[in-house]
Design a protein around this ligand. Structure first.
Ligand code: CP
Length: 320
């Protein structure tokens, strides 16, 4: 049973929408992770479906490409028995010049309870949330945030290592362009983990210390004694110009190899949000090795997104 899992609305005061992890409290994050555990159990049953969101409609609007996030939101909605509407930019009238707001208003006219938006512009989900009645979930907005990726990463770490408090987490790569890094930094710091960042100087934004993280010039410094090594994708689509000389040079300086991984704690988890650039960000033997939880992250993404949909529908009095 899932209903009753959300104990009271007072535990989720900020979740009219899920636009980012910045500002969420430790209690709110813990509650979503706890609920995700129950949702994961549903995914392990022979019949992977509960009626919690029966009669509700979830709309995915992806104006940027996605494999994992879009499909896992759809699976999550279906496991909760919601109806789904799915729109991608290339198959929509956005290609004919219709604005995002007009697109959203027309979709809303069909009565979705929750709209999930991915967009290349930072702040697009916030804009939408001001103009539609439905709850809005940010599925990644430019360089800003990717809150459900952050939550599924925390869920995976907590499930594997039993805690978040006090863990040493190394985040390595294209920090400046990564919404995954930002969501993880906010949530990991809130949950008491220590975060070290490393990447090419051109990919490290200024003012990192203000976020309570430790910048490391070399990847080896970041990995030394780490409990978790989270590699980031190089976001070539967000770079105005080349930020490193070549893929080979990037790999030489910041690629995760088995040799470098030896510096981490024996129980280290290797994570990557995907898609992976094999042989550039990470070697195949590490990506597919025993320390890797990359595919577990994908599995857990369904459970976490079920929890987010459930909480938002419940908050709006929409869950059965
Ligand atoms: N991690 C992630 O956001 O992957 P997709 O771009 O495939 O959704």
């Amino acid at each position: 049973m899932i209903d009753g899992a959300v104990r009271s609305e007072a535990e989720f005061p900020a979740l009219q929408h899920l636009l980012g992890l910045e500002g969420l409290t430790r209690g709110e994050i813990s509650s979503i992770l706890d609920l995700s555990t129950r949702m994961k159990e549903i995914g392990e049953r022979p019949l992977k479906k509960v009626p919690s969101l029966r009669g509700k409609t979830v709309c995915t609007l992806f104006v940027e490409a996605s494999t994992r996030t879009r499909t896992s939101f759809e699976v999550a909605a279906k496991r909760l028995s919601a109806d789904t509407m799915s729109l991608t930019a290339s198959a929509s009238s956005l290609t004919k010049g219709e604005t995002l707001l007009d697109t959203a208003k027309n979709l809303e006219a069909m009565g979705p309870d929750i709209i999930i938006l991915r967009h290349s512009a930072a702040g697009a989900p916030h804009f939408l949330a001001r103009h539609v009645r439905a709850a809005v979930v940010n599925a990644g907005d430019g360089r800003h945030e990717h809150p459900t990726q952050g939550l599924l990463d925390l869920f995976t770490i907590r499930e594997r290592l039993g805690r978040l408090e006090g863990l040493e987490v190394a985040i390595v790569g294209d920090v400046a362009n990564s919404r995954v890094a930002r969501s993880n930094i906010f949530a990991l710091r809130t949950m008491g983990a220590k975060v070290r960042l490393s990447g090419p100087a051109t990919m490290m934004p200024p003012g990192l210390e203000a976020l309570g993280v430790t910048p490391c010039r070399r990847i080896e410094e970041a990995i030394d004694g780490a409990d978790v090594v989270m590699m980031l994708r190089i976001q070539k689509e967000r770079m105005g110009s080349d930020l490193f000389p070549s893929d080979r040079e990037y790999f030489r300086c910041f690629g995760l190899t088995r040799e470098r991984l030896k510096r981490a704690r024996p129980h280290v988890l290797v994570m990557h949000p995907g898609p992976i650039n094999r042989g550039v960000e990470i070697t195949p033997d590490v990506a597919d090795g025993p320390e890797s939880v990359i595919l577990e992250q994908v599995t857990n993404g369904v459970a976490v997104r079920m929890a987010v949909l459930y909480v938002l529908a419940h908050r709006q009095g929409r869950a059965s």
